[in-house]
Design a protein around this ligand. Structure first.
Ligand SMILES: Nc1nc2c(ncn2[C@@H]2O[C@H](COP(=O)(O)OP(=O)(O)O)[C@@H](O)[C@H]2O)c(=O)[nH]1
Ligand SMILES: [Mg+2]
Length: 393
C-alpha cells in the first residue's frame, strides 16, 4: 500500500510539474504557442503586443510565482487541422517522373535493341529476355516479339521515331487501354458505395486505403473508413492517422475482434452519416485458403446485409514479382476481385507486371502506388505508363 501511495504522490507531482511546463510552453508569446489573434472588432491600443495576454493578472496583485495548474483554455493548441487533398485527376501525369525513373532503363534497352541495323536471332533473344526480366510474362512476351518481327520486316530500315512508335503500339496493346478502369464509388441513392481492400500483408493495403480516402475526399466525397484488420492494434492506429488528416471517420473494433463486425459497423456508420464511400481495410493473413475464404467471405456477406460491395481491390506489391502474383491468385480464388491496386511501382524496374497481372487475374489495374507520400496514388493511365517507359521522343 505504501508503495502505491508513493507512486500516486510521484504521479501527482509529475502531473503538476508537467502542467506548469505546458503553461510556460504554450503561454501566449511563448515558444510553441500559436499566435493569439486579438478580436478584429475591438480597437486596440498601440502597445497591445507587449502586454501579457489573459487579462493582465500581474497588475491585479495576484501571485505570479506559481503557475496555474492548467493552461488557459484559449491558448490550447488547436485541434489537428483537416487537410484538403488534391483531386485524383491528372495524378499519373504528375507522378510520371517516378515511373520514368524506375522504368526507363527497360524502355531504353528495348529501343536500343530494336534500332539496330541487323536484327538477328541473338538480338531478338535479347529483346525477349529484356521483356521477361521486366515481368511482362512469357505468353505476352512471345506475342509481342512475333508482332514486332513482322512489323520490322515490313518497315525495313527504321527511324528512331518509327521504332518508338512500333514499341509503343505493342506495349499499349498488351496493357490494354480498352479495359474499364473506373473505380466504382458512386453512391446508390442514400446508400454509400463500399470498397473492400484485400491482399497479402505488407503489400500496402492500409497505405492504399488511406491514400484512396484522401483522393476521394479531394474529389469532394465523404468517406468512412473501416479498420477490419483487427489482428494488430497498430493497423487501426495507422488507418486512424490517415482518416484524421482528411476528416474521414474511422470505425474500429477491439484488437483481435471480429473483422466482419467492424466491416458491418463501418457500413452502418457510412449509411447513418450519409457518406459517399465506405472503404474497408482488411488483414492479409495467408493462413489457409479456407481460413481466408471464411474470413473475407464473412466480411463481404455482412456488408451485403446493408449495402453492396462495389469494388474489391486487390493490393499487389509490384516489387514481389511472380511470387507476389501467386499469393494474389489465392485471393482472387476466394473473393471476386474487381480491380488491382499495384503498389511500389516507383521501386521496381519490373513494370511489365502490369501486363502479366491483368492477364493472369483477368482484372484491370485501376490504381498505382508511386511512392510513400500521401498523394502518391494515381488512377492508372495506360498511355502515361507506356510513355514513361519509353521516355520522351
Ligand atoms: N515506395 C512505396 N512504398 C509503398 C507504397 N505503398 C505502400 N508502401 C509502403 O509499404 C509498406 C507497407 O504498407 P502497409 O499499408 O502497412 O501494408 P499492409 O500490411 O498491406 O497494410 C509501408 O512502409 C508503406 O509506406 C508505394 O506505392 N510506394
Ligand atoms: Mg495493413
Amino acid at each position: 500500500m505504501d508503495g502505491y501511495l508513493g507512486i500516486i504522490v510521484i504521479v501527482v507531482v509529475v502531473a503538476l510539474l508537467a502542467a506548469g511546463g505546458l503553461f510556460l510552453l504554450f503561454r501566449p508569446g511563448g515558444k510553441g504557442a500559436p499566435p493569439v489573434e486579438p478580436p478584429a472588432t475591438i480597437p486596440l491600443p498601440e502597445d497591445t503586443e507587449k502586454r501579457p495576454a489573459g487579462g493582465g493578472e500581474e497588475s491585479e496583485g495576484a501571485t505570479t510565482t506559481l503557475p496555474p495548474p492548467a493552461p488557459p483554455v484559449e491558448v490550447k493548441p488547436a485541434a489537428p487541422e483537416v487537410e484538403v487533398p488534391p483531386p485524383s485527376a491528372g495524378r499519373m501525369v504528375r507522378l510520371r517522373s517516378r515511373l520514368a525513373r524506375s522504368q526507363s532503363a527497360f524502355g531504353r534497352g528495348l529501343l536500343e535493341l530494336l534500332s539496330r541495323d541487323r536484327l538477328d536471332d541473338e538480338v531478338w533473344d535479347e529483346i525477349e529476355e529484356s521483356l521477361i526480366t521486366a515481368d511482362v510474362g512469357v505468353a505476352p512476351t512471345q506475342m509481342m516479339v512475333e508482332e514486332l518481327k513482322t512489323k520490322v520486316k515490313v518497315l525495313g530500315s527504321r527511324t528512331p521515331q518509327e521504332v518508338r512508335g512500333l514499341l509503343r503500339e505493342q506495349l499499349l496493346a498488351q496493357v490494354n487501354p480498352d479495359l474499364d478502369r473506373t473505380l466504382h464509388v458512386a453512391k446508390h441513392g442514400e446508400r454509400p458505395a463500399v470498397v473492400l481492400v484485400v491482399g497479402v500483408n505488407g503489400t500496402g493495403k492500409t497505405t492504399t486505403t488511406g491514400k484512396l480516402a484522401r483522393s476521394l475526399v479531394g474529389d469532394g466525397k465523404k468517406v468512412v473508413l473501416g479498420a477490419a484488420d483487427t489482428f494488430r492494434a497498430a493497423a487501426a492506429d495507422q488507418l486512424q492517422t490517415w482518416g484524421d488528416r482528411v476528416g474521414a471517420e474511422v470505425v474500429r473494433g477491439p484488437e483481435g475482434g471480429d473483422p466482419a463486425s467492424v466491416a458491418f459497423d463501418a457500413t452502418a456508420k457510412g449509411m447513418a452519416e450519409k457518406a459517399d464511400v465506405v472503404i474497408v481495410d482488411t488483414a492479409g493473413r495467408l493462413h489457409t485458403k479456407t481460413g481466408l475464404m471464411d474470413e473475407l467471405g464473412k466480411v463481404k456477406r455482412v456488408i451485403e446485409k446493408k449495402a453492396t460491395v462495389d469494388e474489391v481491390l486487390l493490393v499487389l506489391d509490384a516489387t514481389t514479382g511472380q511470387n507476389g502474383m501467386r499469393q494474389a491468385q489465392v485471393f482472387a480464388e476466394v473473393v471476386n476481385i474487381t480491380g488491382i491496386a499495384l503498389t511500389k511501382l516507383d521501386g521496381t524496374a519490373k513494370g511489365g507486371i502490369v501486363i502479366s497481372v491483368q492477364r493472369e487475374l483477368g482484372v484491370p489495374v485501376k490504381l498505382v502506388g508511386l511512392g510513400e507520400g500521401s498523394d502518391d496514388l494515381a488512377p492508372f493511365d495506360p498511355e502515361v505508363f507506356v510513355d514513361a517507359i519509353l521516355g520522351d521522343d
